[in-house]
Design a protein around this ligand. Structure first.
Ligand code: SAM
Ligand code: SF4
Length: 461
């Protein structure tokens, strides 16, 4: 389901977000950029003077989904027009970047088409439409960095403003055979450290306790700092030293090739790093990994995992998998299953390979039949589900630090987040919201945990 930003209006803004955390972050920043123009988020598109669809192009039928949503929005616009109200419709994100011109040709009623690199120019685009009418398309990869031009606000996005995303790196130069990101998000760039520290300070001052650093290749980060550059573990040390009220740090998404020893060591040495890492492997077959242009073998991945576990024995690992990449045989798929059995994941995302126009894999022969992909995906997901259940069950009886994020659904219940990113439900006092408390885990569910406050050790912050 798309996520929706909400609040109460002056000029109503409704943003519908598909895709990754980076899109969620971008949507919040688009709201920041439009705030000085009098736009505030509203819950329903029917009340919005401007509607933005922030789109994702990573898998199939992305454009079709956008057109179907646009059809609905067009009707809303017509209905509002009868009441004498104008509505601007904008399409942002990776579908806009990849298919902007086709989009305007097929849906000429769209007012604005903008890529992920140009949303700092939104006010200018809105002004241009107000002056001259018509549609505006801006899918450049501009010379100026949007991060230098965005307002210094950065609204936290999640869970009672206690957790937030912070983009530190964008784009990708790795060109995996199947992936559109290098084409839609452009070349890899890192944000300067000073600007990241300033945004993190603002977030923490507003109550945020846990930050997730975002990037398509976040562990390739090398942001300007002190006349040179800082790596991800160096940035994490700076965040820890300079912002003591920041209690927890995560980062997503990493590439195995950039999993340097210094970063692995930081999982042992920097106390704000959560014992959790999402490290996509995609396949366990060396032949498929090579065809995917991933730049590492299955054993190299196993070796990284073993070094991570040496450094931080309690680390929980999650991953991404693609089944049915062109040329994948039963034997290759079995190698993926074996890698999963060897590594044991706490959870994982898995997808059927989807042919993305313009990517190298799309033109390769030996595309795998749909029913074969489906069978492989079902087998992989069953194994991953077993491992997720086993991981959750292994926590029963342990005491976990839980960041209390809000009230639960039942009276007297609180919700929180474990170090392993699982939702945790337990009975407690609302005054504990915002604290990190000790919870003894008593009940494992597939996607969450139940527990009781651990009285002796009390609250941690
Ligand atoms: N940068 C990350 C990495 O190197 O693994 C991945 C970022 S991508 C936005 C998120 C996930 O979408 C990928 O890890 C991959 O599993 C999946 N994905 C990307 N392109 C895909 C495709 N054409 N078909 C199926 N899944 C795809
Ligand atoms: Fe896409 Fe990730 Fe590969 Fe870059 S490293 S091309 S973002 S899958």
């Amino acid at each position: 389901m798309p996520e929706q930003l909400s609040n109460s209006p002056s000029r109503g803004l409704h943003i519908i977000t598909w895709g990754c955390q980076m899109n969620v972050y971008d949507s919040a920043r688009m709201a920041d950029v439009l705030r000085p123009l009098g736009y505030s988020p509203v819950d329903l598109p029917d009340n919005a003077d401007m509607i933005i669809l922030n789109t994702c192009h990573i898998r199939e039928r992305a454009a079709e989904k956008v057109f179907s949503e646009l059809g609905r929005l067009r009707q809303i616009r017509e209905a509002r027009k009868l009441e004498g109200k104008e509505t601007l419709i904008a399409v942002a994100g990776c579908v806009a970047q990849a298919e902007g011109k086709e989009l305007l040709a097929r849906a000429p009623y769209v007012d604005l088409v903008l890529g992920p690199q140009t949303y700092h120019r939104l006010p200018e685009m809105v002004a241009r439409i107000a002056r001259a009418g018509g549609s505006v398309i801006d899918t450049d990869f501009p010379v100026e960095s949007k991060f230098d031009l965005l307002p210094e606000e950065a609204a936290p996005q999640n869970e009672g403003n206690l957790t937030a995303f912070l983009t530190i790196q964008e784009g990708c130069d790795k060109f995996c055979s199947f992936c559109v990101v290098p084409y839609t998000r452009g070349a890899e760039t890192s944000r300067p450290v000073a600007s990241i520290l300033a945004e993190a300070e603002r977030l923490v001052a507003s109550g945020v306790k846990e930050i997730t650093l975002l990037g398509q290749n976040v562990n390739a980060f090398h942001g300007d700092w002190n006349g040179g550059t800082a790596s991800l573990p160096e940035l994490a040390s700076l965040l820890h030293e300079k912002i003591p009220a920041l209690k927890r740090l995560r980062y997503i998404t990493s590439h195995p090739r950039d999993m340097e020893q210094a970063l692995i060591d930081a999982h042992r040495d920097n106390p704000i790093f959560m014992p959790y890492l999402h490290l996509p492997v995609q396949s366990g077959s060396d032949k498929v990994l090579k065809a995917m242009n991933r730049g590492h073998t299955a054993d190299e991945y196993r070796e990284i995992i073993s070094r991570l576990r040496q450094a931080r024995p309690d680390i929980a690992l999650t991953s991404d998998f693609i089944v049915g990449h062109p040329g994948e045989t039963d034997e290759d798929f079995e190698a993926t299953m074996q890698l999963v059995r060897d590594v044991r994941f706490a959870s994982a995302y898995s997808f059927k390979y989807s042919q993305r126009p313009g990517t190298p894999a799309a033109g390769q022969p030996f595309q795998v039949a749909e029913d074969v992909k489906e069978k492989r995906l079902a087998a992989l997901q069953a194994l991953l589900r077993e491992q997720q259940d086993a991981f959750n069950a292994s926590l029963v009886g342990t005491v976990q630090d839980v960041l209390v994020t809000g009230l639960g659904r039942k009276p007297g219940q609180l919700n929180g987040r474990s170090p392993y990113l699982q939702p945790v439900h337990f009975e407690g006092d609302p005054s504990q919201i915002g604290q990190i408390v000790k919870v003894r885990i008593t009940a494992p569910f597939t996607n969450s945990l139940g527990g009781h406050l651990h009285e002796q050790e009390g609250t941690a912050i």
